[in-house]
Design a protein around this ligand. Sequence first.
Ligand code: SF4
Ligand code: SF4
Ligand code: SF4
Length: 299
Amino acid sequence: MSTKPTVATIWLQGCSGCHISLLDLHEGLVDLLGAVDLVAMPLADVKTIPRVDIGIVEGAVANDENLEALEHLRAQCTTLVALGTCACYGGLPSLRNLHRVEDVLRCGYVETASTVDGAVPIHAELPHLLPTVRAVHQVVKVDAMIPGCPPESRTIAEALGALLAGQLPKRHTHNLCVECDRHKDALLKPTRDFVTQDVCAPNELEHIDPDKCFLEQGVMCLGPATAAGCGGRCLLGNMPCRGCMGPTPGALEQGAKMVSALSSILPAGGLMFMEDVVGSGYRYCMATSIIPEALGEEA
Ligand code: SF4
Ligand code: SF4
Ligand code: SF4
């Protein structure tokens, strides 16, 4: 009988991108599969998850089926890992928390431009949407988080390596700006000469200086409110950070952290935030912001 650690994975409300990132380990998968017994995953037709050492969950908790699957995995595993920003912070699916369930269903099944005589499907066997989408740790105890949308394959491999060695994966406590090597000279000086009334989308600028901080160029970048650890993937492609790693550990919420950062470069910072409040602070973490708490109390 094998003595290797056993692993089971599930996906809830997400896009499967986190599992794809796991598969993107390519030949690294051979090492991983040599080190563990992968007893259940969504790509395998396993009806009941047995007792396992490590449970990995991708996606947020959006409906009663998700809830049941998560509670079952939690009961069956010793260590539960939230994989990806949907699982860690609610991610993109939790933008649904800005709307009432009945409005979401009507929008999806009745009001789309291509729908004729649409109706919201009702059947006892269909999953029911929960009033709000929740991150995994808001429902059950989570032992480790691997944020990212999706997390990089090497990050997943490092985290699993740590878990197999009996340690918890390291979390970056600093923000992305700390490891961003773009010049931020003006941002750090008392002068605010660079601050203008103009707020630009990257595609509106004829030229984006690849060596200069986006905020200094009038482009919103969520680096100050976003946990480091992705290697600045978007910045390397000369695109600003959208915050997919979620907030730094200990931050009240990503949006509030961004408001705090932008308040030091008023008025441009305020204009940037107001241009797209959700996209500027809550795109990936609505479930864990203080806003859905307020919505939940109303519901
Ligand atoms: S974190 Fe991103 S990649 Fe992973 S399931 Fe959610 S949307 Fe998909
Ligand atoms: S705001 Fe963006 S571009 Fe500027 S230093 Fe931070 S991560 Fe780099
Ligand atoms: S730069 Fe920002 S949006 Fe891009 S991968 Fe990193 S955390 Fe995500």
